[in-house]
Design a protein around this ligand. Structure first.
Ligand code: ATP
Ligand code: MG
Length: 255
């Protein structure tokens, strides 16, 4: 495993992208992998899960909008060993307007990430709930993607648009892009409905669906407020066990 870049993507909001990005990144780091977490969401939820406001000066917006700004100007260490972060700020919301008419707009991230990717074993990219320019930049820059799908009656609504976007990116700028897997989140294993939804998701995505599902857990909701991953915040919780298990599956599939 070296220089693998995994975008965590689904244009639906609130499906567990950020929760998966931060805890998968922390799980990989805990296994001794050198990990970069790139926060590409103007909401900056991944960033504030690891850094305090006064630690964030420049952001990925500066990296993508200003050719003079280099990766090393932006990247920050976190208190988690082996885990560095490319922080986001709300100003990232201006990127699309800023890059109007720039022919290289979809390639800005790839051009900045490619030269440093081999300094890491894995880069995890947290994306915003849109299929706009930022998500396109993430998909162009990535080798793999993980799609979190919330276990709910409307789970599969919108996945057609996502799959179409993936196919378009694969057709031209990034033929290597591969769906590493689909992870079912906010799952309640006890209900028949949840089991039916899991089966439905398997019918669409086949063996891409990870065996590990992520249960609903208050601990997973709480840990970002304490700027901790689930592994230090509640190491015996279901969330810690499940994200460690997802991490094992990711390592197996990515190798
Ligand atoms: P957005 O599209 O806004 O970026 P997202 O897809 O990144 O959202 P998260 O921020 O990870 O989704 O999760 C949405 C909300 O649900 C958050 O408050 C988060 O703490 C909570 N949440 C995510 N996963 C779980 C879980 N397994 N159990 C309980 N709460 C969860
Ligand atoms: Mg998010």
């Amino acid at each position: 495993m070296k220089g693998i870049k995994i975008a965590i993507t689904n244009q639906k909001g609130g499906v567990g992208k950020t929760t998966t990005a931060i805890n998968l990144a922390a799980a990989l780091a805990k296994q001794g992998k050198r990990v970069l977490l790139a926060d590409l969401d103007p909401q900056a939820n991944s960033t504030i899960s690891f850094l305090s406001a006064d630690e964030i000066t420049m952001s990925v917006y500066d990296l993508l909008s200003d050719p003079e700004v280099s990766f090393n100007d932006i990247v920050k260490k976190t208190k988690v060993e082996n885990l560095e972060i490319l922080p986001s700020r709300i100003n990232l919301a201006k990127l699309e307007a800023r890059l109007v008419g720039e022919l290289d707009a979809p390639f800005r991230l790839k051009d900045k990430i490619d030269p440093i990717a081999n300094n890491y074993d894995v880069v995890i990219l947290d994306t915003p709930p849109t299929l706009g320019l930022i998500t396109v930049n993430a998909l162009v820059a990535s080798t793999h993607l993980i799609i979190p799908i919330q276990s709910s009656y409307f789970a599969l609504e919108g996945t057609d648009d996502l799959l179409e976007t993936i196919e378009r990116i694969k057709a031209r700028p990034n033929p290597q892009l591969e769906v590493l897997g689909v992870v079912v989140t906010l799952h309640d294993r006890r209900t028949t409905l949840s089991r039916d939804i899991y089966d439905q998701i398997c019918q669409v995505f086949g063996d891409k669906v990870f065996e590990t599902t992520i249960s609903k857990s208050v601990r997973l909701e709480e840990s970002p407020a304490y700027r901790e991953s689930i592994f230090t915040f509640a190491p015996a919780s279901s969330g810690a066990i499940e994200y460690a298990s997802l991490c094992d599956e990711v390592i197996r599939r990515a190798n």
